[in-house]
Design a protein around this ligand. Structure first.
Ligand SMILES: *Cc1c(COP(=O)(O)O)cnc(C)c1O
Length: 366
């Protein structure tokens, strides 16, 4: 039986293995393991890639979100609007700064719905976190309109959308501050934990560099309290090497997605809606189907590794009970979480792999 993986961690490593090993030798000659040359260069390269002035490497995507909220002084008493249909880390960042999470619903893009954001805005709204889910991009123009009226910060969660574009601009340049994860399964992934934060604002940038290492301006001299959220040299090295291949990899992901859409067009599968002017990067190719759990089992039993992102929306997580949300509060989010299924969409799939998966799906529905 054919076996198809949901993510292929080994193949992307092998593409850069030789240069990576050479770079590792150099790192261990100097033994500067954190915030050295590779981190500095990666920060420059990634800022340039996104079309922004500053980029600060940190230890994970979760830390990126946490420090980003701190850098704009989100604190207890403030409200932050975010989708519930996201990875739990988006919510945890709001919890970490002690602000109140206010969940907005999604729409057929599976990203946060601007009209739902509008319904949730109050005088306490300090920030909105658009999550560019699965590599799609949020409807930014509508969010900008609201920002203009109500004056909140936009904190992008771009953990699943490295290289995605909105009207010619890269994700990471669409808000006041942007957050990336380079966890090893993401489109641009390290070999351990890694993340980063982008901004065009010099003040926010300076704040972030302090928050990242204990508020230090130099060794053992702290002008404020911060955190230990450094990026290490080994992660930065592999990220520099893989960044050179990211556009090519994303292009292949888009081809795979188009093939899926073509082959599945006469089936009950619903696709993620993509607004005009967006270049999607398909972190996952997701479909919405009736009888999701049965299809999940069927594909798994036929050698296709699939995922469910996410089966329990944030507002219904046990951990989030403290915020008092209940079933029925976010109807679309709740419906989608019962229908969604993630199909493999990594750049190492062949057309035959995609055809194999689609044939199985068609067989399931016939
Ligand atoms: C992966 C992810 C994060 C967290 O990143 P880590 O590097 O795992 O801490 C945050 N938000 C979203 C949407 C993610 O997919």
């Amino acid at each position: 039986m054919k076996k198809i993986k949901l993510v292929d961690l080994r193949s992307s490593y092998l593409e850069v293995e030789r240069e990576f090993k050479e770079g590792i030798e150099k790192i261990f000659e100097k033994m500067q393991l954190f915030l050295g040359e590779n981190v500095r260069e990666f920060e420059k390269e990634f800022a340039k890639y996104c079309g922004i002035k500053y980029f600060v490497g940190v230890s994970s995507g979760t830390d990126a979100l946490h420090l980003a909220l701190r850098s704009i002084n989100v604190k207890e008493g403030d409200e932050v609007i975010l989708p519930s249909f996201t990875f739990i880390a988006t919510l945890e960042a709001v919890w970490m700064v002690g602000a109140k999470p206010v969940f907005a619903d999604i729409d057929d893009t599976l990203c946060i719905s601007p009209s739902s954001i509008k319904d949730k805005i109050t005088e306490k709204t300090k920030a909105v976190i658009p999550v560019h889910l699965f590599g799609n991009v949020c409807d930014m123009d509508e969010i900008y309109k609201l920002k203009k009226i109500y004056g909140f910060y936009i904190v992008e969660d771009a953990a699943q959308a490295h290289g995605a574009e909105y009207k010619g601009k890269k994700v990471g340049s669409l808000g006041d501050v942007s957050c990336f994860s380079f966890y090893y399964t993401k489109n641009l992934g390290a070999v351990g934990e890694a993340g980063g934060i982008g901004t065009d604002d010099e003040k926010i940038y300076e704040e972030l560099t302090l928050l990242r290492v204990h508020g230090q301006v130099s060794s053992y001299s702290s002008i404020k309290f911060g955190f230990n959220a450094r990026l290490d040299e080994i992660q930065a090295l592999i990220l520099r090497l893989k960044l050179k291949k990211l556009d090519e990899w994303n292009e292949r992901r888009r081809k795979i997605a188009n093939l899926y859409k073509e082959l599945l067009k006469n089936t009950p599968c619903k696709f993620q809606e993509i607004k005009e002017g967006i270049k999607h990067v398909y972190h996952y190719f997701v479909i919405r189907v009736p009888e999701r759990d049965k299809l999940f089992e069927f594909l798994k039993n036929n050698g296709v590794e699939v995922g469910i992102h996410y089966p329990i929306p944030c507002h219904l997580q046990k951990a989030a009970k403290i915020y008092g949300y209940k079933e029925g509060d976010l109807p679309i989010t709740e419906k989608v979480s019962k229908e969604i299924i993630s199909l493999p969409s990594h750049q190492y799939l062949s057309d035959e792999d995609v055809e194999y998966i689609c044939d199985l799906i068609k067989k399931f529905f016939s």
